[in-house]
Design a protein around this ligand. Structure first.
Ligand code: HEC
Ligand code: HEC
Length: 289
């Protein structure tokens, strides 16, 4: 490499690099930049001493101030819980009936319940709990498994066709696919079932369908088709459909069967949270307003 020459104009040394006749001056780092770097270095050293910094395998240098963000968060959470404890401890101790009879307490329950519902349940049941295709409308009070607080709590805790050992189990059989009913029997029973909520079908004979229903469906849906909370079978006489009430939708239900899955929450949510959600669901639809 070329050794630096003296620049004739400034009298400074050059680095010896040359581009098309232009040479680079050997300029030192400006003092301002140097001071800034020095200050940053000193600042870093002070931080090492005062705050947690270096990881050392499974531990770390803790710093002289004993500062710990995890500790700060724990304290904040404890303070927030203590704030809530005044009313949540009441919810934990009181019976469902007593809580619902206390408007002030219910105001807090509904507020918290709404947030909990939106965090955990709205993805399937909808923001207003009105459901959608495949997911029941919880505000309609047309219950599969019963609408008492105790029944709702049980459903939330163990789920439906879930992985919980105590899960509620239900199944609507595939009458067409499994060859239990003939095609015309299916059309007839669909016409009958839809007529119960006032819908007219383009195919099938209602009277014949009534007989098919009596022979095949009453075991679960009941003589009057009002459903059964023992087997989670829905009321077929209201206008409230989980899977849709069109001829096509009811055909798919009866032909291929249905088996909805509701996750179990007993292991994931605390008993208090399940109780708050139960109260929220039980007091729908007002609770969602
Ligand atoms: C992954 C989707 C999903 C999530 C999330 C979910 N559910 Fe469900 N839930 C269902 C389905 C599907 C059913 C109906 C099962 C059936 O058709 O048999 C149901 C049924 C229910 C029932 C029974 C209704 C009745 O008529 O007896 C209740 C109560 C309920 N859910 C409450 C909740 C609550 C509270 C949460 C939030 C903690 C929640 N669900 C979260 C899918 C879900
Ligand atoms: C073994 C019990 C059982 C029998 C028998 C049974 N069902 Fe069901 N049915 C159910 C259950 C449980 C559901 C709810 C399934 C779900 O939500 O996942 C259901 C759901 C339905 C639905 C859907 C309702 C909705 O809201 O979308 C229709 C329609 C229906 N059944 C009609 C029939 C007809 C017609 C028969 C007779 C041919 C019949 N079921 C026989 C248990 C039964």
């Amino acid at each position: 490499m070329d050794v630096g020459n003296q620049d004739p104009v400034t009298g400074r040394l050059t680095t010896g690099h040359e581009w098309n006749g232009i040479e680079e001056l050997e300029t030192p780092i400006p003092i301002v930049v140097f001071l800034f770097l020095a200050a940053a270095f000193i600042f870093a050293v002070i931080c090492w001493v005062l705050y947690p910094t270096w990881p050392l395998g499974t531990v770390y240098t803790k710093g002289l101030l004993g500062f710990d963000q995890r500790h700060v968060v724990t304290q904040q959470v404890a303070a927030a819980a203590a704030d809530r404890a005044t009313w949540t401890s009441k919810v934990e101790k009181m019976s469902y009936a007593d809580i619902e009879a206390d408007p002030q307490l219910m105001k807090l329950v509904k507020e918290t319940g709404r947030t909990l519902f939106q965090d955990n349940c709205a993805a399937c049941h909808g923001i207003e709990a009105t459901g959608g295709p495949g997911f029941p409308n919880l505000a309609a009070k047309s219950w599969l498994w019963g609408g008492t607080p105790e029944a709702i709590e049980e459903t939330i805790r163990v789920g439906i066709n879930s992985t919980n050992d105590d899960t509620r189990v239900s199944q609507m059989m595939a009458f067409g696919r499994d060859g239990i009913l003939k095609p015309d029997q299916i059309l007839n029973v669909i016409a009958y079932v839809r007529s119960l909520s006032g819908a007219k079908s383009t195919m099938g004979d209602i009277e014949a369908g009534k007989q098919v229903f009596a022979d095949n469906c009453v075991a679960c849906h009941g003589e009057n088709a009002k459903g059964s909370h023992d087997v989670g079978a829905p009321d077929l006489t209201d206008k409230n459909w989980i899977y849709g009430g069109s001829e096509q939708a009811v055909y798919t239900t009866v032909y291929s069967g249905r088996q909805g899955h509701m996750p179990n929450w007993g292991a994931r949510l605390s008993p208090l949270t399940v109780k708050l959600l139960t109260l929220y669901v039980h007091t729908l639809p007002e609770a969602s307003k």
